[in-house]
Design a protein around this ligand. Sequence first.
Ligand code: SF4
Length: 330
Amino acid sequence: MTSMTLWSHLATRALAGDAPTRDEALAVLNAPDDELLPLLEAAFRVRREYHGRDVRIHVLQNAKLGACPEDCGFCSQSSRYDSGVGRSKLQTAEEIIAGAKQAAEMGAVKYCIVTATRGPSERDLDVICGAVEQIKAEYNINICTSLGLLKEGQAERLKAAGVTRFNHNLESSREFFREVVTSHTWDDRVGTVQRAKAAGLEACCGGIMGMGESLDDRVALAFSLRELEVESIPVNFLDPRPGTPMGDQPRMSPAECLKTLAMVRFVNPTRDIRIAGGREVNLRSMQALALYPANSLFVEGYLTTPGAGAEADLQMIRDAGFSIAELVMA
Ligand code: SF4
């Protein structure tokens, strides 16, 4: 089978709900650059079947910046590294609600409240759950929270307050995770994703590409996400942060990012696949092409770095012939 026939074959299989083999997924990551467009065309067939030309807009709210005790090697919010990112207390409910108002006015379908913590304290949950209840009463927007590792009963509290989805990334393969984080384990992370799902929350779970992992690690992550049946997959591309252990890591090329998104689409055909952190600096002028395998993105920047701005992103989506997904309340 030629490579071009293989991409088409993978699309047909994905449309039937079947995953590629791990070798086939690896072949996608190793595709020659000359075959990038046929590969994206095949991934787009799958994306179009499940998501049409819609792009789901998500907005992040960093509700507590920095001073995290964990040692994730990519993260400028870890207290272990001198990244100069600063620190802040948990925002007040009023501040969190004001961010939701802005996101709703921008047409976002999801407002993601994020804290830099190992896990939420009960007091954190009091503030966040109170804010969520008020947001749900006042604005049309779905709420995701990303608060670190969850203890028993915490996912249920979030669900009862009106949270729809919980984000907790696996970051990489189980093997490579040990090179990235030592203060908690990959299995701890899987446990939190399972806890969220058991409480009736949707799972948003992805990872970061470009941390020095092998192509096999990228494939392993995509398959772990398939096995966990997560609803939403944020694919981050490392934007090396000064002062962190990964501060000197080279950036990925745009073609490498696009092949990665195509591979994740073939392995997880129906899921929301989000072009997440590092989009602007890794994909650069090729960002619009990423809409062919992926169907979602963050606008208005990331946790500690700015983005291109909502207006520019919405313009890019329209220029590429895609449309902004309408809100469906969960
Ligand atoms: S747990 Fe989250 S905030 Fe804390 S260091 Fe790791 S990635 Fe950063």
